[in-house]
Design a protein. Structure first.
Lengths: 319, 335
């Protein structure tokens, strides 16, 4: 096992939500998660909307400050970095967002978008800048023809490549991918996924891959963490978790995916009800009101801890 | 074919839309039929014409700029290709009901669910003679009945809720309830679960399937997700750039896909069981429909395309019974 590139302990984020005149309630978006990313792996964080996966990403990027918890990146505590040190951290952790169209300035050329981080962090200009931008675009498979085009002239897949080029321009160690293929058609998604796989090996990257699409995570990631209402309920190697999920939530999540094949497997678990509001997280195990395998009062009163199980798996369940 | 008379039959339907840049040849000779009680899916990527096909059929595409170039649409024995607005209005929302992707967009945020549902019921009543119209109390009862039909918990209470108080899955149920108000013969579901989470998607898919069986209505599901379509439909129609490339039973399509595009699409899907080692992507991009490729619209991206493919539009041939393929190479049972 290689050393942890990023280690997160007890990471928590609360949001104050307005609720009527001068009243506030607290939404618990992320509730004390522990996570360790190994150098060179692709870690998938999956969960439904509102499970807190994007909030985790934004905290790791220091775009949001955590309510509690610590984050250690390459041996350095980054939880409260400021100024110069934060600038240097940002060179090493970069993000690609879901909608490539919304992430590119429609009034700036591709050259400008890709060059901006290089100007800010490296102070590059002139020929050096030009060369580096061309080099980076080359890495993502776009020719120099694209330099002076505008985002609207590019297809969705090409735009996403530009976003990836911009993110890898500074040679980051960790790339956070927040639903990078959700806005793309399947055939384009296939292209981008294959490309991301190849890129990771070539540039020696570590991925934190956030997605609600389980098949995509299965395809790209080495390990997976399943989130429900701000907590990680199960974690382990992708192949193991997907073939034999331990947590009832993971089981129902996997079983809920309609498969592109002639016969749907029998015995599908269809959960009743909706995901509870993060403003009123159920007591004990957050999943107990919907759990098909609830064992009794202990699920309602006691919060299960994320315990280690054989084969490097962790499961938070009383079962 | 020894099938019952189709409920909806679209024949050689071509549609064009005038835009500032030129005339988009959006649909090119679409053939599609749905039998009563049948569940059919249309799949294809963005811009292949799945939504515009059905919208145009129910008269939701304004003309101009759209123009039906050729073909006919028959619904329940009537030709509705050039039916006037009044005729279409009696069919749309009544005999053909629709639900869409984003349920919030289709509900008015300022009115309660009950008010909107009652409005729909009343609007349907207005098409009936005075004597058959419902009074206030039975409209309320009908609203409750519709909500319980879509398994919304506490239907009486939900009637007083505003759309923002409901979750995405519940809103979609409300829209389905509205669609059922006219006891439709055909339900068109345009990406019904795309905005929903997987566990909620599973609930809605189950509901649609259950309604189809219980009420005997036909359903046409439009989706970009082959999994969603496979879960509900008996038959799948694959569209590419405004043409139907393959039309087969769900089983045949997944077990024995013929058209190169269908096979490309299937090879591009990451699998949940990890059985796909690497994903194949289809080279190139979807063509510009102002000046679509001559011959087969897929030929510039097809690895197997030959001279005929560049010249002539492939006819849709029935290779195996009920398995239609529009391809010069794989149509008609070859390959």
């Amino acid at each position: 096992m290689s050393a942890a590139l990023l280690e997160v302990r007890g990471l928590t984020r609360h949001f104050r939500v307005r609720d009527g005149f001068r009243q506030h309630r607290t939404a618990v978006a992320v509730d004390g998660i522990d996570l360790a990313l190994r150098a060179g792996e692709a870690y998938g964080l999956v969960g439904e909307s509102g499970s807190g996966k994007s909030t985790v990403a934004r905290m790791i990027l220091r775009l949001l400050s955590p309510t509690a918890g610590t984050m250690v990146f390459r041996g350095q505590d980054i939880t409260a970095l400021q100024g110069e040190a934060l600038m240097r951290l940002r060179e090493n952790i970069q993000i690609v967002f879901q909608d490539p169209h919304a992430s590119l300035n429609p009034r700036k050329t591709i050259f400008f978008s890709v060059a901006e981080p290089l100007v800010i962090h490296r102070g590059l200009r002139g020929t050096a800048l030009q060369n580096r931008v061309e080099e980076v675009l080359e890495i993502v498979g776009l020719s120099g023809n694209f330099l002076y085009r505008y985002p609207h002239e590019l297809s969705g897949g090409q735009k996403q490549r530009v976003c990836i080029a911009r993110a890898v321009a500074l040679d980051p160690k960790l790339l956070v991918l927040d639903e990078p293929t959700s806005a793309l058609d399947v055939s384009v998604q296939a292209q981008v996924l294959e490309f991301l796989r190849d890129l990771k090996a070539r540039l020696d990257l570590t991925y934190l891959f956030i997605s609600h699409d389980l098949s995509v995570v299965r395809h790209l990631c080495d390990r997976v963490g399943v989130m429900y209402l701000g907590r990680i309920v199960e974690e382990g190697a992708v192949a193991k978790v997907f073939s034999a999920p331990d947590h009832p939530y993971t089981q129902s999540l996997l079983s809920a995916v309609p498969l592109p094949q002639a016969k749907q497997p029998a015995g599908r678990i269809v959960l009743s009800g909706d995901v509870p509001s993060p403003m009123a997280v159920p007591s004990g195990c957050a999943f107990h009101p919907r759990c098909p395998r609830k064992i009794g009062a202990v699920c309602e009163t006691e919060r299960p801890s994320l315990d280690s199980r054989p084969q490097g798996r962790r499961v938070a369940c009383h079962l | 074919m020894a099938e019952p008379a189709p409920l909806l039959e679209i024949r050689d339907y071509s549609l064009s839309i005038s835009t500032f840049d030129g005339v988009l040849k959006v649909l090119d000779g679409i053939n599609l039929s749905i039998a009563p009680g049948e569940a059919v899916g249309i799949v294809g990527e963005t811009g292949c014409g799945k939504s515009i096909t059905v919208k145009s059929v129910v008269g939701l595409v304004p003309s101009p700029p759209a123009r039906v170039e050729a073909g006919s649409v028959r619904f329940d024995g009537r030709d509705i290709t050039s039916a006037d607005e009044a005729t279409i209005r009696r069919i749309r929302g009544q005999e053909i009901a629709m639900i869409f992707q984003d349920p919030m967009t289709y509900l008015n945020p300022l009115f309660t669910v009950g008010r909107q549902l009652r409005d729909v019921i009343q609007a349907k009543d207005r098409l009936k003679p005075q004597s058959e119209r419902r009074d206030k109390r039975s409209i309320q009862a009908k609203a409750v009945e519709l909500l319980s039909q879509v398994h919304l918990p506490n239907p009486e209470r939900q009637l007083d809720a505003y759309p923002h108080q409901l979750s995405g899955g519940m809103r979609q149920r409300v829209l389905i309830a509205m669609a059922l108000a006219g006891a439709p013969k055909l339900l068109i579901a345009d990406e019904p679960t795309t905005a929903l989470d997987v566990t909620i998607q599973a609930q809605i898919l189950d509901l649609v399937k259950d309604l189809v069986e219980r009420l005997g209505m036909a359903v046409l599901v439009i989706s970009h997700d082959l999994g969603v379509v496979a879960a509900i439909c008996q038959r799948i129609v694959v569209m590419y750039a405004g043409t139907v490339v393959e039309d087969a039973t769900t089983e045949a399509l997944f077990e024995n896909p013929k058209h190169p595009y269908t096979r490309g699409l299937l090879a591009a899907i990451p699998r949940l069981d990890g059985s796909a080692d690497s994903l194949a992507s289809i080279a190139g991009t979807i063509p510009n429909l102002i000046d679509p490729p001559r011959g087969c619209r897929f030929h510039p991206r097809c690895a197997e395309a030959g001279e005929t493919c560049r010249q002539a539009k492939p006819p849709s041939l029935e290779g195996a019974p009920g398995h239609w393929v529009a391809c010069h190479i794989y149509g008609g049972g070859v390959g």
